[in-house]
Write a new protein. Structure first.
Ligand code: COA
Length: 147
């Protein structure tokens, strides 16, 4: 039985969440994590869900929908707490959040070289899409290796 307690991010959690993402290697120079959190919390079509073990933030998922499909970002489990089922629990929480919003399909992006995450999503029943992703920065900057 998982000890993970799930709830939505609060103001007091922000620095702890950014630290978790840094420990998990999820931050990138072209993504400001504070701005990403603020944007996800601005409207009711997205949020950041947290998993707490004895009060400590050990898991996260940014979940939202665009009015058609659901998406997750920043899926993270503290390196000291991985392989205990917490990743599965936080993803189930994201799926439940999307179902409640009336969304039927969840999509996500994984860096090709992230073998750990590719195996994780495979275990959770996700299938590789045959679609190709196109991308463009809307502020005119040059394309980065990934988003
Ligand atoms: C990916 C990540 C969230 C998985 O979290 P976790 O708590 O270790 O995963 P769980 O213990 O819930 O594992 C769930 C399933 O995934 C599988 N899995 C997890 N990590 C795996 C790995 N490295 N290799 C193979 N399978 C793995 C587990 O075996 C389990 O499968 P099972 O239930 O069929 O046995 C975690 O490793 C992490 O935070 N990684 C760094 C950040 C990252 O890459 N996030 C994804 C960005 S797209």
């Amino acid at each position: 039985m998982s000890r993970l307690a799930i709830d939505a991010i609060n103001d007091a959690d922000v620095e702890g969440v950014v630290a978790l993402w840094q420990r998990c290697g999820l931050t990138r120079p072209w993504n400001d994590p504070h701005a990403d959190i603020a944007l996800a919390r601005r409207r009711d079509n997205s949020t950041v869900l947290l998993g707490r073990d004895d009060g400590a933030i050990v898991a996260s998922v940014m979940v939202g929908h665009d009015g058609h499909r659901g998406w997750v970002y920043y899926v993270a489990v503290d390196p000291d707490c991985q392989k205990r089922g917490y990743g599965r629990v936080i993803m189930t929480a994201a799926e439940d959040w999307l179902r409640r919003a009336g969304i039927a399909k969840l999509q996500l992006l994984v860096r090709r070289e992230n073998a750990q995450a590719n195996a994780f999503y495979g275990s959770l029943g996700f299938e590789l899409s045959t679609s190709v992703m196109f991308q463009k920065w809307l502020d005119g900057r040059a394309t980065t290796p990934s988003n």
